[in-house]
Design a protein around this ligand. Structure first.
Ligand code: ADP
Ligand code: MG
Length: 600
């Protein structure tokens, strides 16, 4: 069966469920649907974006309380009171408020990195919970009652069987829209977060923006869940919005499989059902009342993190035979615009007096180097000479301690890696940085990310509704072209992590080319390649040169460098010891000394 068939089967089951199942089970399914909506946000945020949040329950509360206050309070000013006439208006109000809150909280906390970010989410999660509990307007810890049911075309959804369809419709739309989004240009930028900020920013992805996008989307999903919950229960108190519940949501996403949209539903179902069951069984086993399930969940969490980090979804998906939809790339898609190339011979890159200190270590000292348009230049030297550090300085990954770097007459110092990429410098990494689970095609398309920008709102909305196809096809066709060029054509749809290391380096070359650079920085591109592959790479580099792309490359294999490059710079201990034509450099006594003393 294809994925589409499974989806149809799933929809059919959802449609039939309330007709066939007892009231108790339908209520349980309602809760599963509500929890799954929140867990879906966490899949996006944590599983795919790598940002852990313990605070999602607070956003559920924001959606719930906004709607509750607007529909029940009698003391609101008239300009607010009219919103309370329809639960659909209050849904909108809740979403707007959540958007504003999430944007503000996101701007404040997303700058934190490492474990400071999860700690930050705990902080605002707890704060909002106490706001809910202490505001008199919200009924304090006793809460609010008398919430109206949601009405659809004048019909009030009072029973569990009625609201069931609405909950599951929201969930289904959420899951489909999220998975569409992840397949779009904007989604690739989100998935690129996992490859590390250095790689993503060097490829022109605005990682701060992607982080904010998923944070806000996850909050909005939670807010919708809160609205549905409030009008299903028709009373509210702060308990379901506490940090404990926030931890439970995260647990659901992790157990289900935080890297997969359907993992959210699976996790919500498994946790909800087993909690129900444990609450029944454990007190009888122990012989006294108590929340013993919490202990079991704690142990289960540790087991999952140790044994099945990917969660249950991948295990389930293995058992369910799915025919993958045939993937194709429309090679006829309109080509992306290319940037103008500088005239051959024009000064392209110039670095002067560049020094880089890491604490007491001087990795690069008073380095100078230049590349003219249309040249291939090699930077060689023993291990630890400072070559990769020089690359990191040029590409904006590192800020030099001292020195000047100019590219096409512009000073690069103080510019971010993304700004430098936008100017037309693209690079590969000595230690490959790619997304092993993503296809070769998607990995390379990240390189072309910045060449087409439909804008944030359009990007997100069009991605979620699959309206972005033409742009997406142009990006993929561009990526496919470069994959073909570096000789990875047959591996296009394979996960990048399955390639041998040499081919992963070629993938990085294709990704860099997809950015349409004027200057290509290649850090040991031929390492791990076989003889014939090296020859093919050298030919490709000469072709690129003929097309007006300039290349600066780090390489150890002198034979590879000799027939290929116009000039060579030799570094040792952070300093330039020699420069010139390849034959001159090879004869230079200082170079022989550096190599014999350094490597042999
Ligand atoms: P190469 O690429 O020529 O082999 P590198 O530029 O990677 O050399 O490294 C030059 C020196 O700088 C090495 O001694 C290395 O250990 C040090 N170095 C590189 N990056 C860092 C860093 N981020 N922090 C501290 N030391 C570093
Ligand atoms: Mg290096």
């Amino acid at each position: 069966m294809s994925a589409r068939h499974w989806l149809a089967l799933f929809v059919a089951l959802v449609l039939l469920a309330p007709l066939a199942l007892p009231e108790f089970t339908v209520t349980l399914l309602n809760y599963i649907g509500l929890y799954a909506l929140v867990a879906l946000g966490l899949v996006l945020l944590t599983g795919i974006g790598g940002l852990t949040s313990f605070g999602q329950a607070a956003f559920v509360g924001l959606g719930a309380y906004t709607s509750a206050v607007l529909t029940t309070s009698t003391t609101l000013p008239p300009w607010l009171a009219w919103l309370g006439t329809s639960t659909w208006l209050t849904l909108g109000a809740g979403l707007v408020l959540t958007f504003v809150f999430a944007l503000a909280i996101g701007l404040l906390t997303l700058r934190l990195s490492g474990h400071y970010l999860p700690l930050g989410t705990i902080a605002w999660g707890i704060s909002l919970y106490f706001v809910f509990g202490n505001l008199e307007l919200l009924g304090g810890f006793t809460g609010m009652t008398g919430l109206p049911p949601i009405a659809v075309f004048g019909h009030a959804l009072t029973g569990g069987r009625e609201i069931f369809y609405l909950i599951w419709l929201f969930l289904l739309v959420g899951v489909v829209a999220t998975s569409n989004l992840l397949d779009s240009r904007e989604g690739r930028a989100i998935r690129a977060l996992r490859g590390g900020r250095v790689m993503a920013e060097s490829m022109g992805v605005d990682t701060a923006r992607s982080r904010l996008v998923i944070f806000v989307l996850a909050a909005l999903l939670a807010s919708v869940s809160g609205w549905l919950y409030a009008h299903m229960q028709r009373f509210l108190n702060p308990t379901p919005f506490s940090i404990n519940v926030g931890i439970e949501y995260l647990f659901m996403a992790v157990v289900g499989g935080a890297g997969h949209v359907w993992g959210a539903l699976l996790g919500a179902a498994v946790i909800t059902v087993s909690k129900q069951w444990l609450q029944d069984v454990l007190p009888r086993l122990v012989g006294q009342a108590g929340n013993f399930e919490v202990i079991v969940f704690g142990i289960a969490m540790i087991v999952v993190l140790q044994r099945a980090r990917e969660g249950l979804w991948p295990a389930l998906a293995r058992w369910v035979p799915t025919r993958a939809a045939p993937r194709r790339v429309d090679t006829g898609a309109a080509a992306l615009e290319r940037r103008a190339r500088p005239a051959p011979g024009q000064a392209l890159l110039d670095i002067e007096h560049v020094t880089m200190r890491f604490g007491g270590l001087v990795a690069v000292h008073d380095m100078a180097l230049g590349v003219a348009a249309g040249e291939i230049v090699a930077l060689i030297g023993p291990n630890g000479a400072g070559k990769s550090t020089t690359f990191n300085i040029i590409s904006g990954v590192l800020a030099p301690t001292e020195g000047e770097i100019r590219f096409l007459g512009q000073a690069l110092r103080g510019k971010s890696a993304r700004q430098i990429a936008a100017l037309g410098i693209s690079r590969t990494f000595q230690h490959v940085k790619l997304l092993p689970q993503m296809s070769v095609l998607d990995n390379v398309a990240i390189g072309a990310h910045a060449r087409a920008n439909p804008g944030l709102l359009r990007g997100v909305l069009a991605g979620a509704w699959h309206l972005e196809r033409r742009l997406e096809q142009r990006l993929l066709a561009e990526a496919a072209r470069h994959i073909e060029r570096v000789g990875l054509g047959p591996h296009r749809f394979e996960p990048a992590g399955a390639l041998p290391l040499g081919k992963q380096r070629l993938l990085e070359v294709a990704r860099a080319l997809a950015a349409d650079p004027c200057l290509l920085l290649l850090d040991e591109p031929a390492a791990g390649l076989r003889y014939l592959e090296k020859r093919a790479l050298a030919e490709l580099l000469l072709e690129l040169k003929a097309e007006g792309i300039s290349i600066l490359l780090v390489e150890h294999d002198m034979d590879f460098v000799m027939g290929l490059v116009d000039r060579v710079y030799v570094m040792d201990f952070g300093q330039k010891i020699c420069e010139g034509a390849p034959e001159e450099v090879q004869r230079d006594a200082r170079v022989v000394e550096a190599y014999l003393g350094g490597v042999e």
